[in-house]
Design a protein around this ligand. Structure first.
Ligand SMILES: [Zn+2]
Length: 359
């Protein structure tokens, strides 16, 4: 049974065949055509990537991890900053085009599902997954299922307002957590000290602050550069502040930190743990959650999407179309619109067999 997961990001589309154990067997990559192009062009790129992975084999299901807001039923992409979809019924349209069932979810949700099933949160009853990239992505996974909220918009942790009248955020609010704790924040902190203090970062960006990138700051911190290390310490402290607030609200068993910024490991996590221990409610009388790095890396989104595709039950209209095409067998007595993306049942089966992921 061929299941394909697809990470649909702002710059690239990454598709991969994912086994039941969460192993990625073969991948295909395409550039994302962008936001100001036709939807057809983007979906052509997705189709090319999926078909390259399939290589002519029959597809049992495709999971899409989209960098955007997905409605609570997993049917539409409501809005995506870097993609042309606006309120589009992406799931059913692509399901018909590919003659295969499609599951759709937000990319951070998919990554959280993968970390819960195969990664750092494996076996945990409740897990908070925070992804530090350009901004902050995240999800709260309870009992193996992502908590999505009424409109599917839960988990936007990065836009919790931690600083009243603080830095303006792209979302339109001010003082959002991701303005202080993200790849962008890391680069901004380092950039601000570039001209006034000696740092290897000046050489790395060839004296052009606008060329400074997150990976440069990470490399400089590894070399012992003080400016880079202090930028990491600041981002780490803000990480602890935000995770402390979320812990006070949700009391998770484990907090998984992923994304490019998390490559710095304890340089980021040690200051975060110190602040978390002090800032969580009941400090001194409770055990703070484990704060651990993610284990799945950049393929987490597509692995989680493929897992959702395995777990999904299909909407009435998609199933009817696929049944008419002979792709799926009719299911007697099925109600329309009974789509679910919960992963509880497959996880139980997987644990029962003792299968392990490759990580
Ligand atoms: Zn914001």
């Amino acid at each position: 049974m061929l299941y394909v997961g697809v990470d649909v990001g702002g710059t690239k589309v990454l598709a991969g065949e994912v086994t039941r154990a969460g192993t990625v067997l073969r991948t295909a990559r395409r550039q994302t055509p962008g936001r100001r192009v036709s939807i057809e062009l983007v979906e052509d790129a997705l189709t090319e990537a999926v078909m390259e992975v399939a290589g002519g084999r029959r597809i049992a299901g495709v999971g899409l991890a989209a960098a955007g807001f997905v409605d609570a039923t997993g049917e539409r992409v409501m809005f995506a900053p870097h993609l042309p979809w606006v309120g589009d019924k992406v799931r059913d349209r692509l399901s018909r085009r590919w003659a295969a069932p499609v599951a759709l979810d937000n990319d951070a949700n998919c990554a959280a599902v993968a970390e819960s099933a195969y990664g750092a949160a494996r076996g945990a009853t409740s897990a908070l997954v925070v992804t530090l990239g350009t901004g902050i992505g995240g999800a709260y996974v309870l009992g193996g299922e992502v908590v999505r909220g009424v409109q599917g918009m839960a988990g936007e942790f990065g836009h919790m307002r931690l600083v009243p009248d603080g830095r303006a955020c792209e979302c339109g609010l001010q003082g959002c957590w991701e303005q202080y704790c993200s790849g962008n924040a890391l680069v901004r902190l380092a950039r601000a000290r570039l001209e006034s203090e000696p740092t290897v970062l000046t050489q790395m960006c060839e004296g052009r602050p606008e060329r400074l990138t997150g990976p440069m700051v990470t490399a400089a911190a590894e070399e012992g550069d003080l400016v880079a290390r202090q930028a990491y310490a600041s981002v780490g402290e803000w990480l602890g502040i935000g995770v402390g607030a979320l812990t006070s609200a949700l009391d998770p068993e484990v907090v998984v930190i992923g994304g490019g910024v998390s490559a710095a490991g304890d340089r980021l996590l040690a200051p975060a743990r110190a602040v978390l221990e002090r800032s969580v409610v009941g400090a001194g009388h409770r055990t703070p959650p484990r704060l651990v790095p993610a284990r799945l890396g950049p393929e987490a989104g597509l692995v989680g999407a493929a897992l959702l595709a395995r777990a999904a039950r299909w909407s009435g209209s998609a199933r009817a179309a696929l049944t008419a095409q002979g792709v799926v067998r009719p299911r007697p007595g099925a109600a329309a619109g009974d789509y679910r993306t919960g992963v509880r049942a497959p996880l139980r089966r997987r644990r029962g067999r003792g299968a392990r992921g490759p990580w």
